[in-house]
Design a binder for this molecule. Structure first.
Ligand SMILES: Nc1ncnc2c1ncn2[C@@H]1O[C@H](COP(=O)(O)OP(=O)(O)OP(=O)(O)O)[C@@H](O)[C@H]1O
Length: 257
């Protein structure tokens, strides 16, 4: 059964149709890959789920989490869902983390705000989270600042912040694109492991079908604001039914699955 269901999601900005009726189902304990060329609407889909579309965007359709349609939720309730039940990580951890605050502060602020934890409790949980994302020596790492970590470690910190309130859904938008190839696999393995261990529903947005083939259970392919193909990874990547998916696969240099 789907945990988060997106149906007939349409978004237009300034009269331009960006999403033209997107359907996607996310399930707990599954990584759902969302592929497609640049500009196809992958990021907008993630932002629409979180109610973070650019000012002036018009949106219709349904985004249901349990009984609730997130598109019609009052701002206060949506705010509680965002960061609480649904979290997002972005491509570049250098820009999503605050440079002047220690990583511990960034994790604990989030928990104190959403969960109302006390300072000591929040710090203990932050150490635990840093361990969970495999940051070495978490007790010392908690007092460091983002620039004192490598790119891969910074993305792990961003993941720890995203997990702080025990979300059910994690939207990861190109989480390894800005990283050195040597650390990409480790971050993907971490995401896969967290999905399995925490029973998270993960939406993995990427233009990289190689990344997709490494971790996704299901794959959807977007083109020009529509999902043109959805299915189990093996089927979509080995035996695609849509010509656009075939063209994407043919543009890859090597084997994908
Ligand atoms: N703030 C904005 N205002 C108006 N149009 C926008 C805005 N941001 C993005 N768009 C347009 O929305 C469309 C979808 O963009 P989106 O970022 O979702 O694509 P994407 O598939 O994630 O691409 P990429 O892989 O390059 O991130 C594009 O045509 C883009 O030009």
């Amino acid at each position: 059964m789907s945990l988060l269901a997106i149906s007939d999601l349409k978004v237009s900005i300034g009269g331009k149709e960006i999403l033209r009726g997107v359907d996607l189902d996310l399930r707990s304990g599954r990584v759902h890959g969302l592929a497609g060329e640049s500009g196809s609407g992958k990021t907008m889909t993630g932002l629409a789920v979180l109610g973070l579309l650019p000012h002036g965007a018009r949106v219709s359709g349904r985004v249901t989490l349990g009984e609730r349609d997130l598109l019609t939720l009052p701002p206060k309730e949506l705010n509680a869902v965002r960061g609480g039940e649904i979290a997002m990580i972005f491509q570049d951890p250098a820009t999503s983390l605050h440079p002047m605050l220690s990583v511990g502060r960034q994790i604990t602020e989030h928990m104190r705000h959403h969960l109302g934890l006390g300072r000591k409790q929040a710090r203990a949980r932050a150490v635990e989270l840093l361990g969970q994302v495999r940051i070495p020596a978490p007790e010392a790492a908690i007092d460091r600042y983002p620039h004192q970590f490598s790119g891969g470690m910074r993305q792990r910190v961003a993941i720890a912040i995203a997990l702080a309130c025990s979300p059910k859904v994690l939207i990861a938008d190109e989480p390894t694109t800005a990283l050195d190839v040597t650390v990409q696999a480790g971050v993907l393995r971490l995401l896969r492991g967290l999905c399995d261990d925490l029973d998270l529903a993960v939406l993995l947005v990427t233009h990289d079908l190689g990344v997709m083939s490494a971790v996704a259970d299901e794959v959807s392919v977007m083109r020009e604001g529509l999902v043109v193909e959805t299915g189990p990874r093996g089927q979509v990547l080995r035996d695609p039914s849509h010509p656009y998916t075939r063209a994407l696969l043919e543009s890859l240099p090597g084997e994908t699955s």
